[in-house]
Design a protein around this ligand. Sequence first.
Ligand SMILES: Nc1ncnc2c1ncn2[C@@H]1O[C@H](COP(=O)(O)OP(=O)(O)OP(=O)(O)O)[C@@H](O)[C@H]1O
Ligand SMILES: [Mg+2]
Length: 230
Amino acid sequence: KRELAAMLVHDLKTPMTVIRSGITLLSDFATSSGKREHNRTFELLEMSTARLQRMVEDVLQLAKLEEMMGQPYADLVEMSALARACAKDFELIVADRKQTLELAVADEELPPVFGDRPLLRRVLDNLVHNAVEHTPSGGRIVIGVRMEGGAVLTEVSDSGPGVPPEAREHIFLKFFQKDLKRHVGNVGLGLALCEKVVSRHGGAIGIGDGVAKGARFYFTLPVAPSLEGV
Ligand SMILES: Nc1ncnc2c1ncn2[C@@H]1O[C@H](COP(=O)(O)OP(=O)(O)OP(=O)(O)O)[C@@H](O)[C@H]1O
Ligand SMILES: [Mg+2]
């Protein structure tokens, strides 16, 4: 049954790509022929299809991970480099919302982890994305990477409202949303995906208290086995 769902979702990807390119094409055409009154409509269409595409990809990715169909992990990943790249990509979004995004990466070089770089990046992006969505204007978000208990720990903390203790045990479940009305269009897959990816990498994900009562999400990953002497 689950396989059927994955297949269906996969088949949704092609028409969606066609729709997105069509919208871009039409929007370029409208702009060049001076029909600027439709700009807002195109903007909305573009945002909605982008969101739809992200949702479909999350469902597909999650289904793949549940079926253990993913590629075997092939990369040595430096989590601090991943954090820097992520912070850079969020620069504009954060500035737009008048939030600050800080990096707290250990000075000494941290050992790499062994894993799937795009998937690990996705985990970080989802956590930062949630932090951005929940932190008010003027708020603060911190991405940290350091060693803890022999593992590489990555964390994203924010100065938003935080997650109440009673919601913490459910938060990594699929489709769980603390407050359904607040962020229309979100589906509650982000953290479920994070949990799957981290556990498939032999790590653990958790939640604690963030800066000034905010949320703090962290995950640990085992250090890559040393290749010395091979
Ligand atoms: N940084 C945070 N601060 C406060 N609440 C949070 C934070 N991150 C997540 N949550 C809560 O956890 C719920 C689940 O998060 P999750 O990322 O899984 O789903 P979503 O963000 O609602 O939807 P999606 O990520 O699929 O678009 C959110 O709806 C929100 O209530
Ligand atoms: Mg989310």
